[in-house]
Design a protein around this ligand. Structure first.
Ligand code: NAI
Ligand code: MG
Length: 327
């Protein structure tokens, strides 16, 4: 069966790392049909729309989407794209690789971030010149859906031993209270072990000893910030992939943005996007191919060539070619 893959490179280094990941997928023996579409600052400048209807439709109907990054229009692109695939969870692994200079080389974490609500649900108002407000939304249904996914991801059938619920329910009693209680209850019903940690304490603890944690389930903003913090522990944003999973389709993207400081120079690290493509392969149940891509990226990170963000001198295309060679 041919899988339809939407490819949305976006702006900045999205234009460099997305084709690199597509090249890797094309080097495999998989039946994919790629369709490219536009989104981001450049298409907004040209047409007035950061996310053209055709692009939204493509993501909403393709089996999976590979996205690069968008610049100033990121929120106008990525939030609707996540909605297009019905994504209720953002999986963000943060893993240190052998040979890479990491602050905490023992880091091996996976964040399961709630992906639809919290402070990102769009209820923000400027009431007066002095006052702006934001309504934080937590629903039992979204928390349950995330928890059910987490139970499968980290439950008895998996390589994980349950998960940690990160929250701030001591202050945000209603919203994070509902989140924590719902997730804990679903886990208990499924026989999955959990513990919990306050998000501010987590920030300290994970820096001091990341091996205390494995899978972390958290609300939207907390997952956004804490996974970027974990990126700092493992050697930078150029290494962090992510997967937005919905009931029937997924959207795969690096955690990083358009990197305007290096865009156009051909030196962006393609690893985060190539690993995101490996997550796409896993999602479509090409497990062997996914494992091969992971291994080829790991060998390349360990033995080089490496891009300047990892202390090397190689270009995006050098690294991509080295990964494909190792496949
Ligand atoms: P950024 O992730 O683009 O860059 C932060 C730093 O990390 C920069 O120094 C950059 O050079 C470096 N970096 C990031 N990815 C890299 C890679 N693959 N290889 C080597 N170095 C890399 O975040 P920043 O600077 O905060 O945002 C820049 C733009 O990207 C903004 O317009 C922002 O709105 C957008 N953005 C878009 C996102 C998305 O589309 N999902 C996510 C985050 C930011
Ligand atoms: Mg972010």
């Amino acid at each position: 069966m041919t899988h339809e893959i939407a490819v949305i490179p976006g702006d900045g280094i999205g234009q460099e790392v997305t084709p690199a990941a597509v090249e890797v997928l094309e080097a495999l023996d998989v039946d994919f049909s790629f369709t490219e579409a536009e989104a981001g600052d450049a298409v907004k400048e040209a047409t007035g729309e950061a996310l053209p209807d055709e692009t939204y439709e493509l993501a909403a109907t393709a089996d999976a989407t590979l996205f690069g990054a968008a610049g100033k229009t990121a929120a106008d692109v990525i939030l609707p794209l996540r909605e297009a695939v019905g994504s209720f969870v953002n999986i963000r692994p943060a893993k240190a690789y052998p040979g890479i200079d990491a602050v905490r080389p023992e880091t091996d974490l996976v964040f399961l971030r709630e992906n639809t609500e919290g402070v990102y649900s769009g209820h923000e108002d400027r009431l007066t010149e002095d006052v702006a407000t934001l309504t934080r939304v937590t629903t039992q249904s979204a928390s349950e859906q995330l928890a059910e996914f987490a139970c499968e991801y980290a439950g008895p059938e998996s390589d994980h031993d349950g998960f940690t619920i990160a929250h701030k329910a001591n202050v945000m009693r209603e919203t994070d209270g509902l989140f924590r209680d719902t997730v804990a209850e679903v886990a208990a019903d499924n026989g999955v072990d959990t513990d919990e940690v306050l998000i501010d304490a987590f920030a300290t603890k994970v820096c001091l000893d990341p091996t205390q944690f494995d899978v972390i389930v958290c609300p939207n903003l907390a997952g956004d910030v804490l996974s970027d913090l974990a990126a700092g522990l493992v050697g930078g944003l150029g290494l962090l992939p992510s997967a937005n999973i919905g009931p029937d389709r997924g959207l795969f993207e690096p955690v990083h943005g358009t990197a305007p400081d290096i865009a156009g120079e051909g030196v962006a690290n393609p690893a985060a996007t190539i690993i995101s493509a490996a997550m796409l392969l896993e999602y479509l149940e090409y497990d062997e191919e996914a494992a091969a891509v992971h291994a080829a990226v790991e060998e390349t990170l360990a033995d080089g060539p490496r891009t300047p963000d990892l202390g090397g001198e190689a270009s995006t295309t050098d690294v991509t070619a080295a990964v494909i060679e190792r496949l």
